[in-house]
Design a binder for this molecule. Sequence first.
Ligand code: FMN
Ligand code: SF4
Ligand code: SF4
Length: 423
Amino acid sequence: MADLSIEFAGIKAPNPFWLASAPPTDKQYNVERAFEAGWGGVVWKTLGEDPAAVNVSSRYSASYDAHGDVVGFNNIELITDRPLEVNLREIEETKRNWPDRALIVSLMVPCEEDAWKRIVKQVEQTGADGLELNFGCPHGMPERGMGAAVGQVPEYVEMVTRWCKQYSSLPVMVKMTPNVTDVRHPARAAFRGGADAVSLINTVNSITGLDLDRMVARPIVGSQSTHGGMCGPAVKPIALNMLAEIARDPETAGKRLCGIGGISNWRDAAEFIALGAGSVQVCTAAMLHGFRIVEGMKDGLSRWMDEKGYARIEDFRGLAVPNTTDWKYLDINYKSIAQIDQDKCINCGRCHIACEDTSHQAINKLLQADGSNIYTVNDDECVGCNLCEITCPVDQCITMVPQETGLPYMNWTQDPRNPYREA
Ligand SMILES: Cc1cc2nc3c(=O)[nH]c(=O)nc-3n(C[C@H](O)[C@H](O)[C@H](O)COP(=O)(O)O)c2cc1C
Ligand code: SF4
Ligand code: SF4
């Protein structure tokens, strides 16, 4: 049986599944029930200075797929709206009751040295295992000079991280905002400031949709709205890319990374770990389905690791990083083409329409004597774009088959067709 336990930036946990800083972790009652359900750790809902933040009503909105499932979850909540002293007391009690779980405390105070010094000292006294600096919240707090307003300026990221390392002996993890053009800059700044790890991503600036009768975006507060932060399955591709960018950046390669963003099951978690994450955090999936989803996550990951022969998380962490490269290093001589399994095909014609109208006219529609059509791939015209495979509604009906070209690996920097090729 695979061993799911981890040590992340000096913090031990029985498994890599942690709840992200958000409503699931905003009080002792929630966190203790999460631990009972089996979560390996939590990042406590972001603490700030008193007086506590004041929230509005309503607060959430969502984007749905055609089946009504939530693909994107959007919120306009602020940091904790409970007094600091109450949170600190509950953190201390929770850590005492659950010594084997990771308990990290998320923080956000004004960009002043004294404010950070004060709060990190207070948190240290609770016995918490680590700090996460919330430089990512994209709504409300940036207007007050905090959250993403700090995360978007590498100099501030470095400065505040350095203060926290100076005034606390706890491991410091810096949470990145995705609302930047190049996440490597704030990540480098965090590590320059002494961060033990970075976690990513926080939520993505978004407006999920409008009420067209009332002419206002959602979520609606009276007759107004504001942009929120998007999370859930829709942001997973953004998070994976940003994680990979940091993991393969020579300046930050090998540093501790915690993956967040759209993780809903064990497979999502395995993908983040394969791209370098040593632990993962979950918010939306727990908010939509409850704490017990961790059971399937632990079970699924452990079974998959057994199947693959990975005894520990570290055995496969980062294995996909070297295979993630710049476009210019991809093999131009590699070729795959679509193959249709006629036994599985239901003759719906979707692949033909997609390829005919917007790709390479490589799927033939052949009229049969009985009036039905069959669809076949013209191997010579297929460029291997994957569009038909993506469009086909039948699982494994279209597969992309690698071709033996007999040609050696050659990338764009070597290609004679490239006028700027390297010698
Ligand atoms: C309602 C809500 C409140 C959140 N509050 C915080 C917060 O206080 N501090 C923080 O760092 N992130 C906060 N987040 C962001 C999450 O911690 C997490 O980074 C984000 O939701 C992406 O993960 P997910 O796709 O699993 O939800 C919040 C998210 C939601 C949905
Ligand atoms: S892979 Fe692309 S080009 Fe080839 S058949 Fe499918 S859609 Fe057409
Ligand atoms: S989309 Fe799939 S099922 Fe439909 S015709 Fe093409 S191969 Fe057959």
